[in-house]
Write a protein that binds this ligand. Sequence first.
Ligand SMILES: O=C(O)CCCC[C@@H]1SC[C@@H]2NC(=O)N[C@@H]21
Length: 353
Amino acid sequence: MSVTTPLRFFNPFQPTLNYYHLFFSTMQNLLILHGKSSFETELAQSLKTNNTIKLPEEDAQVSILVHSSEQRGVQNDAFDVDLYMNSLTTHRYGKFFIYSPRLSSTQDIVSKNFSEIPVGSVCVADLQFKGRGRSKNLWESPKGCLLFSFTVEMEDGRVVPLLQYVVCLAMVEAIKDVCDVKGFAFIDVRIKWPNDLYLNGVKVGGILCTSTYRSKKFNVSVGIGLNVDNEMPTTCLNKVLSELSMMDCKLRREEILAAFFKRFENFYHVFINQGFRALEEMYCRVWLHSGQRVVIQEKNNEDESVDEVAVTVQGLTSSGYLLAIDDDNQLYELHPDGNSFDFFKGLMRKKLE
Ligand SMILES: O=C(O)CCCC[C@@H]1SC[C@@H]2NC(=O)N[C@@H]21
């Protein structure tokens, strides 16, 4: 259960205290509001003044403050908000920014405050202690990962399930963009349907979309966890990059996030105006499944035996499921059975006309 807790405000500029000592020693328990433009900065100030931001119970100790240019100096591995803001070039997404060094879950922060913050607002944390994964799993959220959630408002419920594909695509393209701009080697991040990001056969990122329906709109909170710089226990973007390069090159979370919003804003516009079909070819170019053979297990109702049927993945259907064809050219829509952790392990097929 989550409850709304009253906020405590913290003034890091109290004259009797050493600013840096106070600021950094309490840094862990802060939630800092930032704006790209004066509109968002004024909003941040008013949210703080009016005690509007709601915190999950687990974050009751967190104090809220509004970013000011005097707060200089980024601690060790903390997210560099100035670098992010200077890299951000969007019109809407990512401009209202909430940052915390340590939080329960960015997803809970944006979901709880959906109506108070502008569409496209983002919350980033360096660490989460109650990160949420799909299917109620806990999402490990250690140092070095890009952990963020942002808000999207949608009108047409039929296309809400497709949003996760737009998000995956935007992240894959954003990583490529940053590599291109910096002259880094190409790292081949791919989409594992429906919403995982894989690099060299290992999951490096996951996407979670949660939504509520209010005032004829779908309030969608999109959460992404991407392992940029933590080699444990498997791999991360920077490990693979370093294996491919002679020089010392590292992707920064701040630059990936700014590039992500640039891509997302553009793809989302296409998606809403032309439909997912307009992005599908691009999506299928970076997913892992074109031509993949999938074996479907079907129970025979008469004798309870299990038949295995092989089909080949072709793309996506209009409702966003896998489109597959069998050896007799019959088309099918493949649905996950909802029980298996790996979507490809528990697929069911539905004949298409
Ligand atoms: O299960 C998955 O693969 C999706 C995981 C999504 C994790 C991210 S991390 C940032 C955001 N905050 C959360 O609590 N979850 C999402």
